[in-house]
Design a binder for this molecule. Structure first.
Ligand SMILES: N[C@@H](CCC(=O)N[C@@H](CS)C(=O)NCC(=O)O)C(=O)O
Length: 266
């Protein structure tokens, strides 16, 4: 009976929950199923039951400047925050193009972050997080989500602004003004709230924290013309996020963020 329930859970996750939660990312969802039925994609053939057991997780992520430390990827950081909040055991393997495993390149387009969990592998941070929350986050507050479009617009606007050179030309000012509109929307949403959904810390906060960290480090590093102190509620929210033990346990130095964006700016 338990086996049947577990099989049903896996079926539900692969066929209904992930496609709905991930929209167009359905092609990634097909992979674990393919791994079971057609090819093992470079991984061992799965032998355990339908519901994954904890342990045996390896997160492959972009490496930092020395090729060994954890790099500046906000998507990988998002996954790590969720892993920490769920108290799951995992190993992080910072990886460069030279050290990326062949199976990851051959069967998963070398995409990172990539979560290998025993005999399965998932790429795309939102898919990885859906997987973790589906199996390990049931009835936990962190699994709550929110359908606010502002969240999705933040990182593209941050990236365009930080990447742009030269600073202070017309395009730079346009990108800055566009980002400031989003920051104001975030600030408005956060009035009277400790976290994005109110008093409880959720996956939305795990997603936003790394992006806001990039924004803060990037503004400082490149002396960009945005004063975050103008956004009272956002500033308070950022201090709440950055004080969170999961963030403290996973944060990388601001110099790593600067290194990453410097490469993009050249
Ligand atoms: N949409 C992807 C974006 C992932 C992404 O852009 N990863 C970059 C760093 S931020 C990366 O790992 N690049 C190094 C590589 O692929 O070798 C996700 O959410 O997982």
């Amino acid at each position: 009976m338990t086996e049947r329930r577990h099989f049903f859970q896996l079926f539900l996750f692969l066929s209904i929950v992930l496609p709905i939660a991930s929209g167009w990312q359905i092609q990634f969802v097909a992979r674990p199923f393919t791994a079971l039925s057609v090819s093992n994609r470079g991984l061992e053939v799965r032998q355990e039951g339908a519901t994954p057991t904890e342990g045996g997780m390896i997160l492959y992520c972009k490496a930092g400047p020395d090729g060994q430390a954890i790099g500046d990827c906000p998507f990988c950081h998002f996954v790590r925050l969720v892993l920490e909040e769920l108290n799951l055991e995992y190993e992080v393997l910072p990886t460069t193009s030279e050290t990326k495993p062949k199976w990851l390149v051959d069967h998963y387009e070398g995409k990172m972050p990539a979560l290998r969990h025993r005999k399965e592998c998932y790429t795309e941070s939102s898919v990885i997080v859906d997987y973790l929350l589906f199996f390990f986050g049931k009835n936990k507050e962190i699994s709550q989500t929110s359908s606010n479009d502002i969240v999705g617009g933040l990182f593209p606007a941050v990236a365009k602004y930080l990447k742009h050179t030269p600073d202070n030309d017309d395009t730079d000012l346009e990108l800055r003004d566009n980002l400031k509109i989003i920051l104001q929307q975030l600030d408005d949403h956060l009035v009277g709230k400790q976290f994005w959904n109110g008093d409880i810390f959720t996956q939305v906060d795990c997603k936003l924290a790394p992006q806001l960290y990039h924004l803060q480090c990037g503004i400082d590093a490149f002396q960009k013309q945005i004063d975050l102190a103008e956004y009272d509620h956002l500033t308070l929210y950022m201090s709440n996020l950055f004080a969170r033990p999961s963030f403290q346990a996973t944060v990388y130095p601001k110099e790593t963020v600067e290194w990453g964006w410097s490469n993009a700016r050249n």
